[in-house]
Design a protein around this ligand. Structure first.
Ligand code: SF4
Ligand code: SF4
Length: 124
């Protein structure tokens, strides 16, 4: 019961932006998101997972969002609801890395899904 309440509370922090469902890589100073490489199960019009309740079975590469990641995963965007939650609770310890959005359309990244430090194009 308590566990279910925690899970419900935790899941509510996802803003369903879909950003973590794109291929990404980390450089020394940025995280690069490849917007032309979404997970095959991401509906890119709605930015929603099409297999949400079966996602771990359908996609072995899909990873659960955890408290640890909210605290430490530098690849998560600052706009992620879990990152914001961890910042509010002063337990976000990952280095703050701006995001470079590469290749695909950034149309869906209207504020607040892009911070002022993020860039729509890769730096050469
Ligand atoms: S980046 Fe964060 S808020 Fe966006 S879909 Fe992923 S977990 Fe949810
Ligand atoms: S399977 Fe996982 S990575 Fe793929 S769209 Fe769903 S939540 Fe995102």
């Amino acid at each position: 019961m308590l566990l279910k309440r925690w899970r419900d509370y935790w899941d509510r922090h996802c803003l369903q932006c879909g950003l973590c469902c794109y291929v990404k890589t980390r450089t020394l100073h940025h995280v690069v998101y490849f917007l032309d490489a979404p997970c095959e199960f991401l509906d890119t019009r709605a930015q929603m997972c099409m297999v949400y309740y079966a996602r771990f079975r359908e996609n072995p590469d899909c990873r659960k969002m955890t408290l640890w990641k909210a605290m430490w995963a530098a690849y998560l965007p600052e706009t992620c609801g879990y990152v914001q939650w961890a910042r509010r609770n002063r337990i976000r310890f990952a280095r703050r890395l701006p995001i470079v959005y590469r290749k695909g359309s950034t149309d869906f990244l209207r504020p607040p899904l892009m911070t002022p430090e993020d860039k729509p194009e890769a730096e050469s």
